[in-house]
Design a protein around this ligand. Structure first.
Ligand code: PHE
Length: 347
């Protein structure tokens, strides 16, 4: 074997050992340069082929090609190994930022509804439920709503069977316009005392705008016992306002009319945005309307078989969307229903 062939073989052996010891890709690149680069050992040896006697040239040429091929394979294999190790080392790098997993949360309407229910439960109310599809009797008649009341017309209420029935028939089916029919259903089944809240969805034929939708949520309250007074109602709503809006919240009553209560009031809470000083949200008045309420009308008690001579009670109803809008400073009701995550993620 001529000297050049020997040198080629020892280059292959040395380079392979060196390659095994290399631990990083930059080190490997450097070694590759020294062995196979333009001014590296291998090209230098290959250049010596010219001095080899012509008879030996084919054999030595073959050795050169074989060594070159083996070196190339060895470098490629080691590169692959180091790249793989590099990736797995990176996966173990505890200083890298973690992958955040987006976490869902409750819709603002659900949050406010659950908060309201929790507040009233702490005061001793229990939750009652009723159907969204109601009869005209439960939604209007039993609640002493006069037949000529405009809210009863198909322009204001969603009717289901007008092809077969008249909208004044007691057994015509509608989407409930408030949660008050749940009071009726509960009183028909239970004797006093009654202390319930009814959270739920209601439907009215309103044209959607910033403060109206065709469907919305209410929570209704009903307390029936002997000697219940308007002062009890005020105390309950005052405590509710403090729990919902903060310790400084005050309430006031304004006279109003509802067919199912007498006397009837509208309840305002002091504006939580300006603390009663007057701002854009409360339109300068310092107060925000939060509920309709009153003492249960004796006619309603008669309709459910209670004796109005010995039974007294108060009822109130409030819109959940309105409270969510006040609490979270939401200017347009429609945002609550658009399912736009950029909006919903803020809560
Ligand atoms: N049902 C009334 C409404 O939807 C609210 C209300 C409930 C008023 C109970 C008084 C008593 O506007």
């Amino acid at each position: 074997m001529i000297a050049l062939e020997q040198e080629l073989h020892s280059l292959l052996a040395e380079a392979t050992t060196a390659l095994d010891n290399v631990q990083t890709l930059p080190e490997l690149e450097e070694l590759k340069g020294r062995v196979m680069g333009r001014k590296g050992t291998l090209p230098a040896l290959m250049a010596q082929l010219g001095q080899v006697p012509a008879a030996d040239k084919p054999v030595v040429g073959k050795t050169i090609n074989a060594v070159k091929q083996q070196l190339q394979n060895a470098f490629e294999t080691r590169t692959g190994q180091l790249q793989a190790a590099g990736t797995s080392r990176r996966a173990l790098d505890v200083s890298l930022p973690g992958r955040t997993r987006p976490l869902g949360h409750k819709h603002p309407i659900t949050q406010v509804m659950e908060d309201a229910v929790a507040i009233f439960r702490r005061m001793g109310f229990i939750v009652a439920d009723g159907p969204d599809l109601e009869s005209v009797w439960h939604n209007f008649d039993a609640l002493n709503s006069p037949q000529e009341h405009p809210s009863r017309t198909p322009e204001d209420t969603f009717y289901f069977d007008l092809d077969r029935k008249h909208w004044l028939d007691s057994d015509t089916t509608i989407l409930r316009t408030h949660t008050s029919p749940v009071q009726i259903r509960y009183m028909l089944k239970q004797k006093p005392p009654v202390r319930i809240v009814c959270p739920g969805r209601c439907y009215r034929r309103d044209t959607p705008d910033a403060t109206h939708g065709m469907s919305f949520h209410q929570i209704e309250g009903l307390y029936v016992d002997r000697n219940v007074s308007l002062a009890d109602l005020k105390g309950t709503l005052a405590l509710y306002a403090q729990e919902m809006f903060g310790k400084d919240a005050k309430v006031r009553f304004r006279p109003h009319f509802f067919p199912f209560t007498e006397p009837s009031v509208e309840c305002d809470a002091s504006c939580i945005i300006c603390n009663g000083k007057g701002c854009r949200v409360c339109k300068g008045s310092g107060w925000l309307e939060i509920a309709g309420a009153g003492m249960v009308n004796p006619e309603v008690f008669r309709n459910v078989g209670y004796d109005p001579e010995i039974t007294t009670g108060y009822a109130f109803g409030m819109g959940i969307e309105r409270i969510a809008m006040i609490k979270y400073a939401i200017s347009d009701l429609r945002l609550l229903y658009d399912n736009d995550l950029r909006f919903l993620h803020q809560f």
